[in-house]
Design a binder for this molecule. Sequence first.
Ligand code: CA2
Length: 154
Amino acid sequence: MSSQTIHILNGPNLNLLGTRQPEVYGRDTLHDVETLCRRVAAEYDLAILFHQSNHEGEIVEMIHEARTEGLGIVINPAAYTHTSIAIRDALASCEIPIYEVHISNVHRREAFRHHSYVSGVATGVIAGLGIEGYAAAIRVLSHAEKRPNFELNP
Ligand code: CA2
């Protein structure tokens, strides 16, 4: 795997994107998200590995594979955002930057979506930009090595 690879990981039910709740998630499918990510990554000569899983343990294993190699992780953990200490612990073991992305603005939705187990171990969090949030995360990662670390308490 090249150090110029970005791992893009998607959690449960995101395979159904575009099939319902367009008022919340828009009409784009996960395939459209992948196409967008590949186009933006190509602008910066970066490779991407794009995955989706409905299984917590599989996502943990994908994070382990990304742990030490690659430019960074862009993860939409979907509902596991609000429940999974296993995914948080796996992300906490990573040595590369992590961007948490949510298509919807979770903070103007139900209270149970306001807490994220992931945000506390992420480098940055993007919510409510629709699928453009993935593109924004890739753009930030594209100059990750040229920027100072934003973290206050690394
Ligand atoms: O806004 C996001 O990206 C979320 O991560 C999406 C999750 C939700 O549980 C989080 O609170 C916020 C839901 C992903 C499932 O999305 C579907 C979209 C259309 C049809 C079916 C599922």
